[in-house]
Design a protein around this ligand. Structure first.
Ligand SMILES: Cc1cc2nc3c(=O)[nH]c(=O)nc-3n(C[C@H](O)[C@H](O)[C@H](O)COP(=O)(O)OP(=O)(O)OC[C@H]3O[C@@H](n4cnc5c(N)ncnc54)[C@H](O)[C@@H]3O)c2cc1C
Length: 410
């Protein structure tokens, strides 16, 4: 046994030629269509529509959506490659893929055939965009504490409440929204009684309110949403009544691998830039890379980057294999990758000296971007909690921890 896995074989990453061809083609696409506008996206806080159209033409919004629903198919590793390569150049753009996934995954997990046919082909083709509305002014980490309510009236539901920090709400046509539909049976079971619904843009009573200005991931915007007697049909309910919390968590378990991949892409970008710079820039008559402390920096940055990449791809591989362990690996990959990426970015800025903090150099923006990856889709402390609890659950199932101990520590 290789704790907490079974054998060394578990650590095998089966990357294929298809994955590599996809990465190469994507890098070419990103270089041609995204790189020339990356700084402008950060400066103007706007993604040009032509960029999204080009991505749609390329079929990129269909990655991860099965072919039968108009997508390109592809496994979790493909989605990781997509996030990584886009974040290497323009991290704000990858949030569009992230929110599309947050909308599509609950439908793929538990949606009806009609919901999948109605919404997924539009998302996959880039004709429409999705968003996921969970967080509220009262509660982010404490998802079960949300106060938005949905009340059943015959075969309809009436939603009332407010959401906060909802990414791409201005771009999105369709939202998956979490609301309380029944009071919790008791304080320990607050996660029961929550349900997910699809709400379409333009539904009476549903509106976007304040847009928050944020430090990074610019081009993607976050909004407050208000639901004022918003009526949706029971056909818009995603999954069973009361299952919303568990579906939300299962969705985040998958999408947080994408956040780890965002961090890997950003770290890769700045590492390459710093590596080239210290071999060109001269100081005291030598290239900076002549000095050993600079060499140490480079090697330490690269080792952290490689470890983060391995954890991220490993989590994606476990998800593709349907292994239970993917849930705690996803959390570990998310907090590890986003935290070491911050260190790599800081060092890359330092290695650039003064030009590292100049906007036009295009490096400081990654420090603003990476900060957000440590907070959204489950702040990193929450990832640590999730990773620990899920690890104990798996050890319990394998009979590797005494039952009474497991009960006390979780
Ligand atoms: C740019 C951006 C985009 C976002 N997009 C979306 C979106 O599209 N949809 C959506 O629903 N939400 C979205 N969010 C919200 C995001 O998911 C929350 O901000 C996040 O879950 C943290 O919640 P919070 O901000 O309420 O912080 P809090 O829950 O108040 O936490 C504050 C701090 O306390 C720590 N903490 C909380 N509880 C514990 C605990 N039990 N133990 C130890 N530490 C703890 C947290 O780690 C954090 O550091 C977005 C946020 C941002 C910043």
């Amino acid at each position: 046994m290789v704790f907490p896995f079974n054998t060394l074989e578990d650590f095998k990453l089966d990357l294929t030629q298809e994955h590599e061809l996809f990465r190469k083609a994507l890098r070419e696409f990103v270089k041609t269509h995204l790189e020339p506008v990356a700084l402008e996206i950060d400066e103007k806080d706007e993604i040009p529509r032509e960029v999204l159209s080009k991505m749609a033409e390329q079929g990129l919004f269909g990655i991860g959506i099965p072919e039968q629903y108009g997508g390109q198919g592809g496994d979790h590793i493909m989605s990781v490659i997509l996030s990584e390569e886009i974040c290497r150049v323009a991290p704000g753009v990858s949030v569009v893929f992230g929110t599309n996934e947050l909308f599509s995954i609950p439908l793929l997990l538990v949606g009806t055939e009609d919901q999948k046919k109605r919404y997924l082909p539009e998302i996959a083709s880039g004709k429409a965009f999705g968003a996921f509305a969970v967080t509220e002014p009262c509660c982010g980490s404490d998802v079960a504490g949300i106060q938005t309510r949905a009340e059943r009236k015959g075969d309809k539901w009436v939603i009332n409440g407010r959401k906060a920090f909802i990414s791409n709400a201005d771009l999105a046509d369709y939202f998956v929204v979490l609301a309380r539909t029944a009071p919790p049976p008791d304080k320990r079971l607050r996660f029961l009684g929550l349900t997910l619904f699809i709400v379409e843009k333009g539904t009476p009573g549903f509106r976007l309110d304040q847009r928050y200005e944020k430090m990074g991931l610019r081009g993607s915007h976050i909004y407050e949403l208000t639901f004022d007697n918003v009526v949706v049909s029971d056909d818009n309910r995603v999954g069973d009544e009361g299952s919303g919390f568990l579906i939300t968590m299962e969705t985040f378990d998958r999408t947080r691998i994408g956040i780890a991949a965002q961090a890997v892409g950003m770290a890769q970008a700045v590492f390459e830039r710093a590596f080239n710079y210290v071999h060109e820039r001269q100081a005291f008559g030598y290239p900076l890379a002549f000095f050993q402390s600079i060499q140490f920096d480079l090697v330490e940055m690269l080792s952290k980057l490689m470890a983060a990449r391995f954890l991220t791809y490993f989590a994606a591989k476990l998800a593709d294999e349907g292994r239970k362990e993917y849930t705690f690996m996803a959390s570990i990959a998310k907090f590890y990758a986003t935290e070491v990426a911050e260190d790599i970015i800081t060092r890359a800025i330092n290695l650039h000296g003064g030009v590292g903090v100049i906007r036009e150099t295009g490096i400081e923006r990654f420090l603003r971007d990476i900060k957000i990856t440590q907070i959204y889709e489950g702040a990193n402390n929450i990832q640590r909690l999730v990773a620990y609890r899920q690890l104990i659950r798996i050890l319990r199932e394998k009979g590797l921890i005494p039952e009474d101990v497991a009960r006390v520590v979780t």
